[in-house]
Write a new protein. Structure first.
Lengths: 472, 211
């Protein structure tokens, strides 16, 4: 495992405050979800999941058709669809449009897709001022940090961190009351909304039969972003398209419940094109950037294709025993948790962070809570196989392969197994934590040490089952 | 830009050809329980209250005007051009500005008003939701910029759920460029998961059902 992933994990594990923050926040989100999907609250929850999976499967299997239908309908409503094959093309489009409008100030609502393409950095580099307006994202932008969680971006921060960031970056007095911090952000950002030339949003869904972008949120910042400036640009991955507006009845029931336990988020905006004749306000121009950025590569594999069904609710993060210990910033890319572990290798290549698909206990909690029933453990296993194949091609992992061959041989020979178990018992007792964390000097080799640095082994029992069986 | 490039990659990966016919999508899943109007209204009000919204059921338009007048309490307000508000006499209340049709003027008024008063095209009982379709009658910013939003809704516009909404309005885009569902006051829990209301949108919402 490369040093950075490993190191970040250990840093997170060693930070008691951070551990408490992650544990508390994810625990609360788990609780909220549980109450929102229990039979009394949503009797047909399982049916809805099955239906959502079927709709996503159908949409992704016919993605070209629905993209073209979406495009035709946006165009019919007076909007414009732009396809971008990668981050550069998406940013170039925004830059060109900003130049054409003489724009400088850009308000943004929360979008993982724009995080994915480093849009803020690219825009700032060309003297534009992109301002994040979701409270959590705004705090992170001021602190120059990445989102810690798909739906709760500043999950790792405390009110004291926020007080410090606001004081330093906004020049306001140090204020630790959360309500007052929120009102500070409201006042600063309200001015930005009213002065902005362009608003950039993401999209939770693209509705093919309506040419509509659907955005869900709680704060009202996405409504302001898409209503106040004269130009609205939505940037979305091509996988976000669903066939019909009526399908929203299924997805909207699942999304907020899975994410935060709300029946619906405070605001759900269904936006199809610019302001129409007769309408009083709203943007005069409406653009949708359809981003590929590696997504079309994922389509080729029938099994792994389901990774694109994700609706970014974050439930798999909250329920993942690994995410709950190692947190969001240990992950190599902006998508963290189980969904991050399956999409990151497919977007960036499995060898970018070969340890990623292995950082899972395969407990299956992620698949159980996924509102669109993505079989994450299955995809993880496929990716593990790909990593091993790639390592073999690169001539790596010889020691590990040898170790497993030896293991297999020992397991197939009962006498050898018993001897090995006896040796383990006398040579490697548990330490005072009750776990086996050190190996005897004879076996203290770098690969063994590396293997154990990620794993706790229970100590060998004083007597084996075989011994007990013989003496019964 | 890359239209053909992206579509070509998608088709190749899926093994499809341009313009190839598609299988039928799974049938739309819309279930509408039969619920009488009084139960629907009671459920709407209960759900709005559960989200810390304020509610009032009134029998007549005059009562609706009286309620709004009470909330108004000499503050300034922008009211939408919805005919129902005019019929209730709400647009005539002192301090209420209505009849705005210019985007700039509307924005200036909304940015300083203490209250935004609208009607709603529909309300959803199951979730305590207001459904607002942007039009010449309803501007987007009235329910968004002022710190308080009052929605005055005729009783017959209360539907059961999302399923009924998408049955009644299967194609929202045929009617408006913007359909917004509003479920409770604006809120955030981004700092330590502590709930704070009124972060960007109104922190106070009143739903008045008339009739």
């Amino acid at each position: 495992m490369p040093a950075t992933f490993d190191q970040k994990i250990h840093e997170t594990l060693a930070d008691a405050n951070l551990q408490l923050a992650i544990y508390t926040a994810t625990g609360r989100l788990m609780d909220h979800r549980k109450h929102a999907v229990e039979p009394a609250a949503l009797p047909d929850y399982q049916e809805l999941r099955t239906n959502a999976h079927a709709i996503k499967q159908h949409a992704i299997d016919h993605l070209d058709h629905y993209l073209e239908q979406f495009e035709a309908n946006v165009t019919a409503h007076g909007g414009k669809v732009v396809y971008a094959k990668d981050a550069t093309e998406a940013a170039d489009f925004v830059l060109a449009l900003a130049k054409q409008h003489g724009a400088r100030l850009i308000v943004k609502s929360k979008s993982m897709t724009t995080e994915e393409i480093d849009l803020n950095e690219r825009l700032a580099h060309h003297d534009l001022e992109p301002v994040e307006t979701d409270l959590g994202e705004y705090i992170l932008q001021l602190a120059h940090q990445r989102p810690y969680h798909i739906v709760a971006p500043a999950l790792h921060m405390t009110r004291y961190d926020v007080a410090d960031i606001f004081a330093r970056r906004l020049g306001v007095p140090n204020e630790t009351v959360i309500e007052k911090q929120t009102m500070t952000a409201r006042a600063v950002l309200r001015q930005k909304f009213l002065a902005a030339d362009i608003g950039i949003s993401g999209a939770n869904f693209l509705v093919a039969d309506s040419g509509a972008v659907v955005v869900v949120e709680n704060e009202g910042n996405a409504r302001l972003t898409t209503s106040a400036p004269a130009v609205h640009i939505a940037i979305a991955g091509i996988e976000k398209v669903i066939p019909r507006a009526q399908d929203l009845a299924v997805f909207l029931k699942l999304l907020a419940r899975s994410a935060t336990g709300q029946a619906l988020t405070v605001y759900t905006s269904f936006l199809s094109g610019p302001r129409r004749a007769g309408e009083i306000d709203g943007p005069e121009e409406f653009y949708v950037v359809l981003l590929d950025n590696g997504r079309s590569r994922l389509l080729a594999d029938r099994e792994k294709r389901q990774s694109l069904y994700c609706i970014r609710c974050g439930a798999c993060l909250n329920h993942c025993p690994v995410y709950r210990k190692i947190g969001g910033h240990s992950f190599p890319w902006i998508y963290s948790g189980p969904i991050g572990a399956i999409i990151t290798p497919q977007f960036l290549g499995v060898m970018r962070e070969p340890g990623l698909p292995f950082a899972s206990s395969l407990c299956g909690a992620c698949a159980e809570v996924c509102p669109v029933k993505i079989d994450i453990p299955k995809v993880l296993l496929e990716l593990r196989a790909e990593v091993k194949k790639a390592e073999e091609r690169e001539g790596k992992g010889r020691v590990e392969r040898l170790a497993f061959k030896l293991w297999a041989w020992v397991m197939c020979h009962p006498r050898m197994y018993e001897m090995a178990a006896m040796a383990a018992r006398s040579l490697a007792p548990a330490d005072n934590s009750g776990w086996m964390r050190r190996v005897p000097a004879l076996m203290d080799l770098p690969p063994v040490r590396a293997w154990l640095s990620q794993r706790d082994l229970p100590p060998a029992p004083p007597r084996s089952f075989r011994e007990m069986w013989r003496k019964r | 830009m890359s239209r053909e490039h992206v579509l070509h990659k998608v088709r190749t990966a899926l093994g499809r050809t341009a313009g190839q016919a598609i299988a039928e999508p799974p049938p739309a899943r819309l279930r509408i329980p039969v619920v009488d109007v009084e139960t629907r209204i009671a459920s709407l009000l209960r759900n709005v209250e559960a989200l810390a919204g304020k509610t009032r059921r009134v029998a007549t338009r005059e009562d609706a005007r009286a309620y709004v007048s009470g909330v108004l309490d000499s503050k300034s307000a922008v009211a939408s051009n919805a005919p129902f508000l005019r019929e209730c006499g709400i647009t005539e209340l002192p301090g209420v500005r209505s009849g705005l049709t210019d985007a700039h003027e509307l924005r200036v008024h909304c940015a300083t008003a203490g209250l935004g008063i609208t009607s709603a095209d529909y309300a959803l009982a199951d979730t305590g939701t207001l459904v607002m379709l942007a039009s010449a009658d309803e501007a987007r910013l009235i329910s968004l910029l002022p710190p308080v939003h009052i929605a005055v809704v005729p009783a017959e516009r209360v539907l059961t759920s999302l399923d009924e909404l998408f049955t009644v309005v299967p194609h929202p885009d045929a009617r408006t460029s913007s359909m917004v569902l509003i479920t409770g006051p604006s809120r955030t829990a981004d700092i330590e998961q502590i709930l704070v209301r009124g972060v960007h949108g109104p922190g106070e919402i009143h739903v008045v059902v008339v009739g």
